[in-house]
Design a protein around this ligand. Structure first.
Ligand code: FAS
Ligand code: PHB
Length: 389
């Protein structure tokens, strides 16, 4: 097989890149480890920055999002059950953000791929990236029991944190930055009407978050200790706990119901510097992980794809490699901005086991400053809404 760009991974990064390259007349083949059903079964992100929304609309991928998504002017922060304030993104930046599930985006991307008969091979195995520093790299893999070889000009590593692409960069060329947080998020999806706003809660019992996927689908999270066994959290216990972490009027407004999905995600940050090795370019979780506190993971995957697709389009249309050569530095600048914002919000809103009384007072003062300062709220609004691409 031969193509211009081999894309490893059919998650949001891989499928969005394939779609944008196609619209710029660039051929690609997408190679995915799992089945489409498996990929669609994963419940993940829910909040889209304005830049992500604009990019999806620009490439004709926003119709269902605009019909079913929920546009927000800002998000609420509640603190120890008493102080509530609204980070008004619309007022400060004249921007909004969209609540629309990653699962829906994934479905929209697969359907767009089907409409153009995209070359997406699912359930490939034993995938290896070869000759990355030559002008003619290739990928070997097995598919439906057959050994295959895909010749290409470039490889986009969109295979997530546990993929093979980042591991194909020699260790000595990778500078890696990691931070593990001492807690996780227990999340549920329920077919119940959500609260009107996305609400982040800092409470002595721990962090909590109220979000949504549609007017009839709610997404809630609570901070839980590392190593929590999900079997210890039947629905009744979850609902009682999350209500205890919100002010009474919000807790009373929460409509409870059976969970249709329940999972625990660890919180960590990771950044791989460099995002390029020879003809291999990393995009999305393959290169970086952020805690979901800032709703940045999926949006970072989209910004990587924006920069990489722009660079590949410049190469194939004008023969210039300047944007390809600048890709890693350009993408990493935005990655670190989102990593820092996610780190700031995670420290602001969670209760750290073993945290000192000093840490607690400093956190409370930060919340008090944020509540009372127009400038502090504008700065957070700018970061939460997403910096310009
Ligand atoms: P993905 O991991 O989504 O996709 C990578 C794809 O590559 C997968 O389909 C995988 O099967 C495939 N793959 C892996 N190895 C391969 C191989 N060797 N060969 C071929 N294919 C291979 N972000 C938010 O903004 N908000 C959230 O609330 C949020 N919650 C999350 C919860 C969980 C449990 C996880 C894991 C992540 C969450 N994220 C969240 C982040 C998430 O949305 C990612 O940022 C997003 O999926 C990134 O997309 P991709 O880079 O495409 O990676
Ligand atoms: C979600 O709706 O899943 C969500 C919202 C905001 C976050 C993280 C996750 O910060």
């Amino acid at each position: 097989m031969k193509t211009q760009v081999a894309i490893i991974g059919a998650g949001p990064a891989g499928m969005l890149l394939s779609e944008i390259l196609h619209q710029h007349g660039i051929d690609s083949v997408v190679l995915e480890k799992h089945s489409r059903a498996y990929v669609l079964d994963r419940i993940r992100a829910g909040v889209l920055e304005q830049g992500t929304v604009d990019l999806l609309r620009q490439y004709g991928l926003g119709q269902r999002m605009d019909q079913e998504g929920h546009v927000h002017d800002g998000m609420k922060i509640v603190w120890a059950g008493r102080e509530t304030f609204f980070i008004d993104v619309k007022k400060h930046l004249n921007k909004q953000f969209m609540a629309y599930g990653q699962t829906n985006i994934q479905e929209d991307l697969y359907l767009a791929g089907d409409r153009r008969a995209a070359k997406v091979l699912m359930e490939v195995d034993n995938l290896q990236l070869m000759n990355l520093t030559s002008a003619h790299p290739h990928v070997t893999f097995t598919h439906q029991g057959e050994s295959m070889r895909l010749e290409c000009d470039y490889i986009a590593g969109c295979d997530g944190f546990h993929g093979v692409s980042r591991q194909s960069i020699p260790q000595e060329l990778r500078q890696e930055f990691e931070k593990e947080y001492p807690f996780g998020w227990l999340g549920i999806l329920s077919e119940t009407p959500p609260l009107d706003d996305i609400v982040y809660a800092n409470h002595p019992r721990g962090f909590a978050l109220a979000s949504m996927r549609s007017p009839t689908l709610s997404r809630y999270y609570i901070q839980v200790p590392i190593g929590t066994d999900i079997q210890e959290w039947p629905d009744d216990r979850f609902w009682s706990e999350i209500k205890s972490r919100f002010p009474k009027e919000m807790a009373d407004a929460m409509v409870t119901g059976p969970s249709i999905e329940k999972s625990i995600a660890p919180l960590r940050s990771y950044v791989c510097e460099t995002m390029r090795h020879g003809q291999l370019f990393l995009a999305g979780d393959a290169a970086h992980i952020v805690p979901p506190t800032g709703a940045k993971g999926l949006n970072l995957a989209v910004s990587d794809v924006f920069y990489l697709s722009r660079a590949l389009s410049a190469f194939y249309s004008q023969g210039t490699t300047a944007l390809l050569d600048a890709y890693s530095a350009t993408a990493l600048r935005r990655v670190w901005s989102s990593v820092r914002t996610s780190w700031y919000l995670t420290n602001l809103l969670h209760r750290f086991p073993g945290g000192s009384d000093f840490d607690q007072r400093a956190q409370e003062n930060e919340l008090d400053y944020l509540k009372s300062s127009h400038h502090a709220q504008a700065a957070l609004a700018e970061q939460y809404a997403g910096l310009p691409l």
